[in-house]
Design a protein around this ligand. Structure first.
Ligand code: NDP
Length: 253
């Protein structure tokens, strides 16, 4: 029988910021997924996430450093044991870093560092979870988070058409270029995995007050999360391969 509910979500980078907010929002949602697998690289230091996992029985906290191959392998095994035959419905590639550098400041090292965490890691994590996403896709119909979906946390700064729209972004060569490459990953996966019934989008969550977003950001995490969750809940075939914002609007590539 077709299953129309998102049973399981895995989020990377849940120690703080948007990842932590998403884990909290999903755990308390109605209906809530059976499993919110909230991963972070240093669980022992992630006090708020630890608290959250004690508060909600559907949160499972697992260790995952997205740039570490052995950590990825280990977490896939653990998730497989938890989810069994049902597979994974939704993978949110949220973990990321920011490296700010103008044209004068940018170095090869900065470019490679950010590319590893904000681009390569998303592809490797996705590749590792594909068998579980495929398993989930086989149990349902249509397209969306109820079946199988990959959400890549991108940024408005990655839009090539809006390259001069915000002067602030001109000083962030490493970050915006890595996120533009991530957008290409989204397009490739959306085209490649359509046949499996797995949806893939890039999402600009909004400019949000986090360690990365800074104090000037207009949105607090609690204000932004409901919009993002609503966008995720309403994804369907027409959204496959698109670049959306936290309100469901479409952004130009
Ligand atoms: P934060 O800097 O607040 O949090 C980043 C998270 O990513 C932390 O949990 C951090 O873990 C984790 N992380 C970094 N590297 C790794 C790694 N190697 N393995 C596992 N986890 C890692 O950022 P935000 O919450 O603001 O951003 C979340 C996502 O949203 C990012 O991809 C960002 O680019 C995107 N975004 C954010 C915007 C904003 O306004 N805030 C705007 C547009 C996009 P740790 O605590 O261990 O460092």
């Amino acid at each position: 029988m077709a299953q129309q509910r998102c049973r399981s979500v895995l989020i990377t980078g849940c120690s703080r910021g948007i990842g932590l907010g998403l884990a909290a929002g999903l755990a308390a949602a109605t209906p809530a997924p059976d499993w919110v697998i909230a991963t972070c690289r240093y669980p022992e230091k992630a006090q708020e996430l630890q608290q959250l996992s004690k508060q909600y029985s559907n949160i499972k906290l697992l260790q995952l450093d997205v740039v570490c191959e052995s950590s990825i392998k280990k977490v896939v095994k653990e998730v497989e044991e938890i989810l069994g035959d049902k597979g994974l419905n939704c993978l949110i590639n949220n973990a990321g870093i920011n490296v700010v550098a103008s044209l004068e400041e940018v170095t090869a090292e900065a470019m490679l560092t950010i590319y590893e965490t904000n681009t390569v890691a998303q592809l490797m994590v996705t590749k590792a979870f594909l068998p579980l996403l495929r398993k989930a896709a086989q149990l349902s119909t249509g397209m969306g988070c109820h079946r199988a979906a990959i959400i890549n946390m991108s940024s408005l700064a990655a839009s090539m058409q809006l390259v001069t729209a915000n002067e602030m972004f001109l000083k962030v060569y490493p970050y915006r270029i890595a996120k533009t490459a991530l957008n290409m990953i989204t397009r490739c996966l959306a085209a490649d995995l359509k046949v499996d019934g797995i949806l893939c989008i890039s999402l600009h969550p909004g400019w949000i007050q986090t360690d990365m977003g800074g104090d000037m950001a207009p949105l607090q995490i609690q204000e932004a999360i409901p919009g993002i969750l609503s966008v995720l809940a309403n994804l369907s075939e027409k959204d496959n391969g698109s670049f959306l914002d936290g309100q469901g609007g479409t952004l130009p590539w």
